[in-house]
Design a binder for this molecule. Structure first.
Ligand code: NDP
Length: 246
């Protein structure tokens, strides 16, 4: 339960859904946590209050992952508030769905900016703060390996990019004893993909377990990869998808 005591973690997009569950899970194991958010100041404050009520340390920073200057500022603020950084979780992401004929340049740019450029720039800003035993965990999607509905093509494409990013960065940072891994959720019950949504039954049918995951299921995988027990795991992809890719 205490394996992250003394560790300092930054979780992007921690105000809701999977990111909020990750922040709480890391704090439960003893880490001091900074979260970023784009809009939901009140919900971010709720996550901080939840962590503090359980005796943890947490801070919320407003920073749009589509904005390079905001990313740099938020990493600096997080490191200053926590006294350094040991763990980065690149979670912030957006989904936009459309058939290719109707996909706008604005949609493509928004997806690439938040889902691809965001994690790259956040890692770039965080790496100078990470020491031996540092951890980078990025949240991709099982949809990178199995397209779930063609309107998701461009969204899933952004998640495929994170696979190469993870493998390359794992090679680059291995000599510094920093691990880099990718967690790919399947259908997970959040605002982005509610388990009572229009396509929920279809998605349940894709998984041998026949159910949506909860944000806590993804958070448990991230907390493990962030822990000292996972020190020999790097450059890998862990699917938390109820077996949808099996
Ligand atoms: P939600 O939409 O429920 O929450 C998204 C979180 O990311 C919020 O905290 C939001 O902040 C933050 N965020 C969004 N855009 C930005 C931005 N530009 N800058 C900073 N923060 C931002 O999504 P999920 O929790 O479902 O998704 C989390 C991750 O998991 C994403 O990367 C998603 O692609 C991935 N994923 C989700 C799956 C699912 O079924 N739910 C399946 C596979 C992958 P704010 O509250 O301020 O808007």
């Amino acid at each position: 339960m205490n394996e992250l005591v003394g560790k300092r973690a930054l979780v992007t997009g921690g105000s809701r859904g999977i990111g909020a569950a990750i922040a709480v899970a890391l704090a439960e194991k003893g880490a001091a946590v900074a979260i970023t958010y784009a809009q939901s100041g009140e919900r971010a404050a709720g996550v901080i209050a939840e962590i503090e009520a359980r005796g943890g340390t947490a801070v919320a920073i407003r920073a749009d992952s589509a904005d390079p200057a905001a990313i740099e500022r938020s990493v600096k603020e997080a490191a200053a508030a926590l006294g350094g950084l040991d763990i980065l979780v690149n979670n912030a992401g957006i989904a936009r769905y459309s058939n290719i004929a109707d996909f706008t340049v604005e949609d493509i740019d928004a997806l690439l900016a938040v889902n691809v450029r965001g994690p790259v720039l956040t890692a770039k800003a965080a790496i100078p703060h990470l020491g031996e035993g540092g951890r980078i965990v990025t949240i991709g999607s099982a949809g990178a390996d199995r397209i779930v509905g063609t309107p998701g093509t461009v969204y899933f494409m952004t998640k495929s990019a994170l696979q190469s990013f993870t493998r390359g960065l794992a090679q680059e940072l291995g000599p510094k004893d920093i691990t880099v891994n990718l967690v790919q959720p399947g259908s997970t019950n959040t605002d982005m993909n509610p388990d009572a949504g229009e396509f929920a039954e279809f998605q349940r049918g894709l998984s041998p377990l026949g159910r949506f995951g909860q944000p806590e299921d993804v958070a448990a995988a991230v907390a493990f990869l962030a822990s000292p027990a996972a020190r020999q795991i790097t450059g890998t992809i862990l699917n938390v998808d109820g077996g949808a890719l099996a």
